[in-house]
Design a protein around this ligand. Sequence first.
Ligand code: UDP
Ligand code: MG
Length: 311
Amino acid sequence: MKTISIIVPCYNESETINIYYNETIKYLNIDNYKFNFIFVNDGSSDNTLDIIRELEKNDDRIKYISFSRNFGKEAALYAGLEAAKKLGSDAAIQMDVDLQDDPKIIPDMIKEYENGYNLIITRHKNRHGQSFIKSFFSTTYYKLYSFVTKSKNLAKGARDYSLLDKKVIDAFLSIKDYERFTKGMYNFVGFRTKMIEFDYNKRVAGTTKWSFKKLFHYGIMGMREFSRFYEYIPKIFGWIFFLLLIFDTVWQTYNHIANATEFNYRILIFDVSMVMIFITLFYITRLIYDNKKQLQNRPIYITEDTNIKED
Ligand code: UDP
Ligand code: MG
């Protein structure tokens, strides 16, 4: 019998928890598997925790962790993974409580797990029903993200909804980043990864906990943490001014010869200064990234298998 923990981050979700629970348990009658839920109450100000405790009375598969304040979804997922490990689970599933992460595909995820995949990630087949603006921004973001990080999974719009086997749980826990970005970690940890698709669902009740501003900052953070994204900024500006410098020099030299105009040294000095400023900024950014990498203390490698035993 294998145990799978279902990690569910909840922030002011009093309207959705019962609906989520009643729907999800329909898909958990799978031979040879035991399930438990790890609800993480992320500092809710409504009665989310009371509802979880109420559920626990009738179902001993319900575990919970309640944060002292709102730490964010990524912190909740990390706490959930730690708990799954403590409970000795063979695998963990991370999913939202608003039923946007369709529980119907849990059996499919487990099938792929049995096929030998270590990490099963998911994405929406389409975005029917999502607002045009949101769909436009996410599609553009995923393209930009996969360009700067050279990752393929995100290009297709991977979600946090995923199944992680024991090895991947350990790998995720070994990443101690303070600012966490699950979708970036998929790529970082490696392992045999399978992607499953499902239809887009609207939130079943309640409202989104992510404002546009919060989502924007989270998106930028994800790029910053899994690529040298900030280096692009001085690099691009540096090139723009370098090309301007070439253009201005050629143009002024031509005019000087053909039309006997005076050189405008001010423009040329301005161009040179800007190039130098951006080169300096580029190397400062690079230095900050190198230091950050050292401080982040991410694992230098992740072992998939070895025959060297620890004593
Ligand atoms: N969530 C959380 N902490 C937060 C924000 C969200 O634990 O600070 C949870 C939330 O309760 C839900 C999941 O993360 O289970 C996804 O949030 P939401 O549905 O609001 O995001 P969206 O689907 O709109 O991106
Ligand atoms: Mg949602």
